[in-house]
Design a protein around this ligand. Structure first.
Ligand SMILES: [Zn+2]
Length: 399
């Protein structure tokens, strides 16, 4: 089945009628359906499927072994996300295997497809959870105790999904099998529009972190409470939103975003007792994300103090700058006949793996330049180019 047909098969899974786009969260119904779909497709192609101790799915062409050429991505989405972020890499991996099988290619090295259990952190907050667990980049106990917005822990959700969370954690045996990793992904910016190319390789990912700001004040009546008597945590929270933009604008090529803010109890006529908000901060260069976050935190502390509120700031995740393996990238570039190389501000499992094995990325043009939103898109012809490019790269690496 071609890559566009594969994408068509899952186009109805996990649609979000309220937000638009898709909400496909780890260990939830849409995720189960997508995982089953991937396993069925892999088995149909004659691959051997197994799920590792962290819930990542592997599909092997030939016997599992070391120095394997591995490709894949993720199936989960952000809340209200697009159709392509993640699934395009998985569908392209399946299609690439079929292209290679169709031309009678026999891999000299083990070749595997890999679907990471949770990349967006859309349910449990920490991005790239599957690859962080696999590589030991997150402590297993901390991961097990992550909670979703309903208070369900990752461990509880995993049990419901038929996994044993006691086995979560660094998996050096699985990691040791990966000789190199290539992830195909829809582009999440405008690079390929401007360069007028359907595909590119990835050169780097800028450092990024997620920080939870928890403000507590005094819940009270919106009408009966005089302004002078208030301790309203929404005021310092608003300061963070504005400070994030100001601080990021003051640094070269920095990004800072507040995309999620939760007041409790959350009533129109109620002064909130607490406000939690999440800051997403990204800036290239060692220690510069910390400088950016410190600048915003200082503004938050001053605003909290002025309103008589308390503030705690928690780092939920942080990843350093990633520079993808230059040897791998130039081998990819050579078989693709010379394509642009793009840096990105978006995080990926390939970025987590890059600290351990040669890793690379292939981007497919997104004509809207929009991602993590329903407008994310890729033209069918570009999607085909992507799968063909991935097939050529796998042929080169595993041949
Ligand atoms: Zn993604």
């Amino acid at each position: 089945m071609g890559v566009n047909e594969l994408m068509g098969e899952i186009a109805g899974v996990g649609r979000d009628a309220r937000r638009g786009g898709y909400s496909r969260h780890v260990y939830d119904y849409a995720d189960f359906e997508l995982r089953d779909w991937f396993i069925d497709q892999a088995l149909d192609s004659g691959l051997d499927v197994n799920t590792d101790r962290n819930g990542n799915i592997w599909a092997w062409w030939g016997n599992p072994g070391s120095d394997a050429v591995v490709t894949g991505s993720h199936l989960d989405s952000v809340p209200g996300g697009g159709a392509y972020d993640g699934p395009l890499g998985v569908a392209s991996a399946l299609a690439a295997v079929e292209i290679l099988q169709g031309k009678g290619f026999a891999p000299a090295k083990p070749l595997a497809l890999l679907v990471f259990a949770e990349e967006e952190g859309g349910r449990f907050g920490v991005p790239c959870l599957g690859s962080r667990l696999l590589t030991g980049a997150i402590d297993a106990d901390r991961a097990r105790n992550l909670r979703d917005t309903d208070g369900v822990t990752l461990a509880e959700a995993a049990v419901k999904a038929g996994h044993d969370p006691k086995r979560f954690g660094a998996d050096p045996e699985s990691l040791a099998q990966i000789g190199c990793f290539v992830e195909l992904h829809v582009e999440q910016g405008r690079g390929l529009i401007e360069l007028d190319s359907p595909v590119a390789t990835g050169s780097s990912i800028i450092a990024h972190g997620r920080y939870r700001f928890s403000f507590s004040g005094q819940g009270n009546h919106a009408g009966a409470t005089r302004l002078a008597d208030r301790h309203d945590p929404m005021l310092p929270a608003a300061t963070v939103v504005a400070a994030a933009r100001r601080a990021a604008a003051a640094m070269n090529d920095a990004r800072a975003t507040v995309g999620r803010l939760v007041p409790t109890p959350g009533g129109t006529n109620v002064i909130a007792s607490t406000v939690d908000l999440w800051l997403d901060a990204r800036v290239s260069g060692e220690g510069r994300t910390a400088v950016l976050v410190e600048d915003i935190t200082e503004a938050a502390r001053a605003a909290a103090e002025a309103e008589g509120c308390e503030l705690t700031v928690t780092e939920e995740s942080y990843s350093d700058d990633v520079v993808f393996d230059e040897t791998l990238r130039s081998r990819m570039d050579k078989v693709l006949g010379g394509v642009p190389a793009l840096p990105t501000g978006a995080g990926h499992d390939a970025g987590i793996l890059a600290a351990h094995v040669p890793s690379g990325m292939l981007y497919v043009r997104n004509p809207t330049g929009i991602s993590h939103a329903p407008e994310e898109y890729a033209e069918p012809a570009d999607i085909d180019s992507g799968a063909q490019s991935l097939a050529r790269v796998l042929e080169e690496l595993a041949g």
